[in-house]
Design a protein around this ligand. Sequence first.
Ligand SMILES: [Fe+2]
Length: 396
Amino acid sequence: MDDSLDSMSETSLELFPGEPVLAEPFVRQVDTGSVTHETPEHFHKSTGRWIDGVILRMRSVLGFHPTTAVNATLSRRLRNLSRRGQDAPSDIALYISYTRPVAAALNRRRAQAVEAYTPTLPPLSGIDVDIVDIVDGLERDGIFVTTLEALGVAHSADMLAAAQHVADDFAPRARALTRNGSMFNIVPSDAIVNRPGIIAWGLQDRLLNIVEAYIGLPAAYDGPHIAYTVADGREVGTRRWHRDREDHRMVKIAIYCNDVDAGGGPFEMIRTAGEDDPAYPYASLSDEELALRYGDRTVWDILSCEGRTGTVIFADTARNYHRGRPAWSKDRKAIFFSYFARRPRHPFCCDRSGLSPAQMANFAMNLPGITPRQRDSIFWRRALPLIARIIPPARM
Ligand SMILES: [Fe+2]
């Protein structure tokens, strides 16, 4: 079942080295629109974007003090402008993709691809009844909850321990970022690439089989990210109801790295609001806004995934509204593995793991025993037409 990874682990690559030295303590802050009050140095180092360098330079020339209201306003406006500019190509592409002729062509191409690939799907029945249950759950509800133990994928304990370790290392920084207004913090990619076993875990055939059986097409692997949610009670960012943009269908595998109860920010999904909606604008919504679209909250079929460490959630986060419920009693650490088709509907909305294509490519090239299927799932961009490849991805 996990021949490929098992063969990898027999080679010289240390997928789970004892205590690897983390890279320089660089922090990637995923800014989803918050107003932060960091020092200029933090801006520049945490984002590395040219606009932050411009802001830093302007402050220096004009003599703004970082804490003045004028300075904060200027920074916010310039950063918003920068954000809009950087997202403009993907926003335009997204809009065009929903125009009638383009949408029809994309739907037709996908239907043909699914029809062509279906006969070659790995057979599930008779091999693994648990996989059939997971795929059925995704079809029926858009979600299936299990545990690492029940899932029976190799190297799970090591992967979980590694994820917990880097999440704990990141905790103080995540709390500081949250105090400064950040809505969503993920462990920096440098820490993840130093733990190749974390990335490799998501490449195992058992998982790719589940993804492909559900989406009906060869799977692309967008890699893992580890989210650290501080218990601040705020309903912001991904803690508002939303659907992910990557593709018609996608699979996220979420694994809790600590026990998560009702106050600990459980993953939640609405099982009845997942109908395909070709005109869907992909906005995030509050309870009230979602009620306008789907009726009163009392009729929503919400599955709140409270669970112990090692709880595994398979979810189609593109088809169904979901969120991380705001945590108020305890921080939540969770790792997410993302998959979609190798020609996703919106390739410019992918790359959500924080790992750059170069980091993923470097991982793949240094992974002994990697199979063609695993390699192709990492290098999914190669299957894209040129026009889709040159549109820069939207910001996270
Ligand atoms: Fe999401």
